[in-house]
Design a binder for this molecule. Sequence first.
Ligand SMILES: [Zn+2]
Length: 211
Amino acid sequence: MCDDRRVNRAGQIALPFDALQAPAELAAVAAVPTDASLAPLYFVRHRRARRYLLRVDPDGRLRITIPRGGSKREAEAFAARNVGWIAGQRARIHPATMAIGERIELRAQAVEELPGRLRDLAAAHGVEGLTRVSIRNQRTRWGSCGRDGHITLNWRLVIMPPAVRDYVLIHELMHLRRMDHSPAYWRLVEQACPDFAAARAWLRVNGRTLR
Ligand SMILES: [Zn+2]
């Protein structure tokens, strides 16, 4: 997930295709994204762009550059995969805005989405023993699992790329099988989430910004 990501000096994020040529803006269209956590955003078409680009304007709006031959749908999907980076950029620009508006919205989204996703993953991997799910505003961790089967999740998981979020959920679910971080435990994680190393690397790089 984070491997195909590159942030340049201008604070832009891009798919690692060819280098972006000189800007030639054809159109800038404000848009309502299907993923609410991306708003506000607008699209810009660059005739000579060779890749999708993300930039957060000083006013907090996300600008998504669409290369020739690209689509809004693909552009939005690209942005959705980098929603953590976007939130981090916005938090840096407008900490207060993030604190009040976006936080409340994202927490509500977390309460709505995370428990269902956790139960789906438990069912998919045949994990039993989950008794309760809570969404919390944890400072120091992304999730925890109690011996009573109570899993607690950090609401910030909703602003991570889906693959990273799923890794955290699987990490906690596998503690229902083993309450340690032994090699046997990590083998369980790997079976359910083969890309877990990439997800952990993403958390190491981006985790602090998200908090
Ligand atoms: Zn753990």
